[in-house]
Design a protein around this ligand. Sequence first.
Ligand SMILES: [Fe+2]
Ligand SMILES: [Fe+2]
Length: 274
Amino acid sequence: MADFLSDNTNQHYCLVQISDSHLFADRASKFYGLNTYETLQDIVALVRSQQSSIDCLLCTGDLAQDSSVEAYLNFLDALSPLDAPQLWIPGNHDIRSNMQQVLDQDCVSLKRSAQLGKWRIIMLDSSVEGQVYGLLDQKELADLDLELADSERNGNFAMICIHHNCMPVEASWLQQHCLKNSDELFFILDRYSHIKGVVYGHIHQDFEGERNGVKILSTPSTCLQFHPTNDDFTIDSANPGYRWLVLTPEGEISSGVERVTEKTYDIHFSSTGY
Ligand SMILES: [Fe+2]
Ligand SMILES: [Fe+2]
């Protein structure tokens, strides 16, 4: 059974997705020239200026670049001005046991799911130790099926969060790092009609698609962006961003991406490897 963040079934819920912050233990560290702690602070300031009330923050992996406990503490510090419950999932750069050390069960968790009124938010761990690509193991797939069956029985709508992309990207260097068994994911999803969205990070770019009536959305990184079409690793010039999602009591998702404006960053565009 999912933990309730809210049991009001008549309200709209505002969620904010924060992804791929790639923080380090040392807040002065840089990632391709970008100070990732600073860019995350810029995103938090942007969210504060644009979102008056946030019901939940979806933190969809690669929160740390160096996987350190200190980096996760830095993440908590950076997000504290938003004063909202946080659901975390690991990305390929994260270590789940290190994330677990900084959690506060009241408002920050790695839990499987949460309930917001009629909405079941399901969190999937696609990280594979030592690998950049993602995979949902049999436990994740079985739990997903259980969550979907339970939420369907309760007349809920469902939204799924995962780090790795389940839809292809055009940039071929990046596609090799995708979710390897999206066919197994879709095999389960196709058996239910109450799933409204799948959201992910990892590809450091904005994507909006649809598959069998399910919205498929990715969000930009809060730091560096990857070029969406170049077949070799290429840093994109787009600024850091985040995604907002409004879930309605009728089962609709409206969503958009916002980016930092009026600020330029000293990015090392000539870097060739990831
Ligand atoms: Fe990332
Ligand atoms: Fe990633």
